[in-house]
Design a protein around this ligand. Sequence first.
Ligand SMILES: *Cc1c(COP(=O)(O)O)cnc(C)c1O
Length: 233
Amino acid sequence: MPPISTNLQTVVARVAAAARAAGRDPATVKLLAVSKTWPAASVREAHLAGQRAFGENYVQEAAEKIAALAPLNLEWHFIGPLQANKTRLVAESFDWVHSVDRLKIAERLSNQRGENQPPLQVCLQVNVSGEASKSGVAPQEAATLARQVAALPRLTLRGLMCIPEPTGDEALLRRRFALLRQLRDQLAAEGLALDTLSMGMSHDFDLAIAEGATIVRVGTAIFGERVKPLATA
Ligand SMILES: *Cc1c(COP(=O)(O)O)cnc(C)c1O
């Protein structure tokens, strides 16, 4: 595996190429480096190579890295499943949450966000894969949840996020990403100004960019294969 800086350059170039191929300005696609399971030293290395936004899935692991790297002024995005008893640490430590999929979680995040902090930037995670996936709000319930979340005082609703079911079927993946974009457009037509589509990971971010992704969440292609078994929190 080449060093993180080399991987990062390659990914940044691929993101830009995918944007141009889709007739889009590369500056409209933000790269989120997913650093889950990797130590603070790896995040530091990516930061030295020019990366500023990082994604994490596990609250406790992330909180330690965020504290250790506080002087670097990084931007932290929570992208994992969020349990009600973990919301406080997320509300206090992160800049963004991509995985809001029910009102109870959103309300807790809003209540627990510090008064002196800027609003927490959030996306709704949408289940674009139907029965093949359990997490995320159902597409037909997204509009109701979006209006409720947009009304919460300490949150700013920015857009939608999805994690399609794993598949090698590119046409299917494109349909999943396209569904998220159509949903965003529909909500925009109803008056919700959403500027963010968080979709695409290491193996499919080019397709996601072709379908309008504004944030791609890339781990393996930057940091390498994760070896630690995935914790549940
Ligand atoms: C782990 C993870 C990623 C990054 O996946 P890679 O395949 O390593 O790029 C992106 N999004 C979410 C929600 C993840 O949990």
